[in-house]
Write a protein that binds this ligand. Structure first.
Ligand SMILES: [Zn+2]
Length: 300
């Protein structure tokens, strides 16, 4: 049997929903690997994005569906939905490992469970599901949490760099552990600030702190847009931020209000702003930032 299908069926038998993902293949006449999608070498998420329209939302444990998918795409990488049978701590290479090691001397942080090496030099530690969604743990750079609504690629998927995802500690070698308390703390939403804002009329900013940082950054980028690029920039920046709305880090109302205000302030007309934001909202909500597969930034 095709080893990719065999692995997909084995994950499904454990109750883990599976979906097919684009794969790396050698470019004609070239030495480099390119994404199997039509963008090929120009793809910004090579061998990481889904083959099915709704991505991880279509992930299934149905063997017939999996058989059909891997007959249609025999080389497809194996994407797994997180948050159901397991969550994953996604360590982005040595920098992420360093961040974890810096934490380790001060707290009990053993990660004894199943572990995969990603084909791009990172690691995924698997845990019993927490019920939490995707989020970067506080104070840990180059580390991410994949929970409800999220996904990871799993062995024997192949990475665009030519490496393969592989098990370092297999699912039969170790049970799924609970998340260590020191890590769990870093996954909770930020505690409310102890001091109120200096101006008592300023309401506390809504949304997750990470989402708010993204919103502030994109609003600033919009403010810098040159005439002629403003509507395009509005579309691009709002799309990025609506993706965080889709993953629950910001509310739609806040994002729409913030972008409307910023767009009118740089001179776009209200009707154009409404149309552009509606389009960015539709596209962004359909592509939650939280459910991207690891390495969207191309570093893995
Ligand atoms: Zn692609």
């Amino acid at each position: 049997m095709n080893p990719l299908l065999k692995a997909a069926l084995a994950y499904a038998a454990r109750g883990i929903p599976v979906y097919p993902v684009h794969w790396p293949h050698r470019t004609p006449g070239g030495a480099n690997q390119a994404c199997s999608c039509p963008r090929g070498p120009a793809c910004d998420r090579p061998a990481k994005h889904p083959l099915v329209r709704h991505g991880v939302k279509e992930a299934t444990t149905n063997p017939d569906t999996l058989g059909r998918w891997w007959r249609r795409w025999p080389h497809a990488n194996v994407g797994l939905a997180t948050g159901i049978v397991f969550d994953a701590l996604d360590i982005d290479g040595p920098a992420g490992l360093t961040a974890l090691h810096q934490l380790a001397p001060t707290v009990e942080l053993r990660l004894p469970g199943p572990l995969t090496a990603t084909g791009g030099g990172g690691w995924h530690h698997w845990f019993a599901p927490t019920g939490l969604g995707n989020r970067p743990p506080h104070g840990l750079a180059h580390v991410d949490w994949r929970g409800r609504g999220g996904c990871v690629l799993a062995p024997p998927s192949r990475h665009i760099s030519g490496g393969s995802y592989r098990w370092l500690v297999g699912l039969d070698q170790a049970p799924l552990p609970q998340v260590p308390a020191a890590l769990r703390e870093r996954l909770d939403p930020d505690p409310p600030p102890l001091t109120r804002p200096a101006d008592p009329t300023t309401p506390p900013a809504p949304g997750h702190p990470y989402g708010r940082r993204v919103l502030a950054g994109e609003l600033a980028a919009l403010g810098r847009a040159t005439p002629g690029q403003r509507n395009h920039t509005l579309n691009r920046t709002a799309f990025k931020v609506y993706r965080y709305v889709a993953s629950g880090l910001l509310t739609e109302e806040d994002v729409t209000a913030a972008f409307t205000e910023a767009a009118l302030a740089i001179g776009l007309d209200a009707a154009e702003v409404g149309r552009t934001l509606a389009s960015a909202r539709t596209a962004g909500l359909a592509n939650p930032r939280g459910v991207r597969c690891p390495g969207e930034d191309g570093s893995r």
